[in-house]
Design a protein around this ligand. Structure first.
Ligand SMILES: C[S@@+](CC[C@H](N)C(=O)[O-])C[C@H]1O[C@@H](n2cnc3c(N)ncnc32)[C@H](O)[C@@H]1O
Length: 186
């Protein structure tokens, strides 16, 4: 691991999430949270008046998120296990921000019907005026283009509001990616 990567891992995720639009008091759902690289800093940003649901299909990673949250004394983060492509057991229309980082790709959602279901679910969970923050990765290996995936997201009822190009650690490399903010119209 290079010094740059190490430095990014310490403070980069929190800065990135602030730039993505997370604020104190938000109710955030990190779909495909893995070990909580973003869920843990999200919990620090939203504070005690907010909440983070860390959602994954892998129970082992959720246990790690729980352990880290306890170590960091974060009482505002709840882990939620879901079946792969299953529904998320959270009340519709209650979430301010959904993070979909390094999840919406052909490794996990190879079929268009699976992606459409996921995006419908995300749309249902968000409150009107809430937003989806989406980091798209692994497009080229599956023969996808940004335009195709962005069109699928828009077709699910979202409106592209803005994008930025941060550097982040992905698959043990510091790379530049595109992060899109999609609003659920109010
Ligand atoms: C590559 S990791 C990304 C982790 C994190 N979002 C990040 O950017 O560091 C993808 C995670 O999504 C989870 N995942 C993939 N498909 C899923 C699904 N259908 N439902 C819930 N979790 C899923 C995997 O178990 C894995 O932990």
């Amino acid at each position: 691991m290079t010094d740059k990567m190490d430095k990014w891992l310490r403070s980069g995720p929190e800065a990135l999430l602030r730039k993505a639009g997370l604020r104190e008091g938000n109710c955030v759902l990190d779909l495909g949270c893995n070990q909580g690289r973003y869920a843990i800093p999200a919990a620090r940003i939203v504070g005690n008046s907010g909440r983070v649901y860390a959602v994954d299909m892998d129970k082992k990673v959720l246990r790690k998120v729980k352990r880290q949250a306890a170590k960091d004394r974060l009482g505002n983060i709840e882990t939620v296990h879901v079946a792969q492509h299953g529904a998320v057991p959270i009340q519709a229309g209650t979430i301010d921000v959904i993070l979909l980082y390094d999840v919406l790709h052909g490794g996990y959602f190879p079929e268009k019907a699976q992606r459409d279901n996921l995006l419908r679910e995300v749309h249902t969970l968000l409150r009107p005026g809430g937003f989806l923050s989406c980091c798209l990765t692994h497009l080229r290996p599956f023969g996808w283009t940004y335009e195709e995936i962005l069109a699928e997201i828009k077709d699910a009822g979202f409106r592209l509001r803005r994008q930025f190009r941060p550097a982040l650690v992905h698959d043990d490399k510091l790379v530049r990616v595109r992060i899109f903010q999609f609003a659920k119209p109010g």
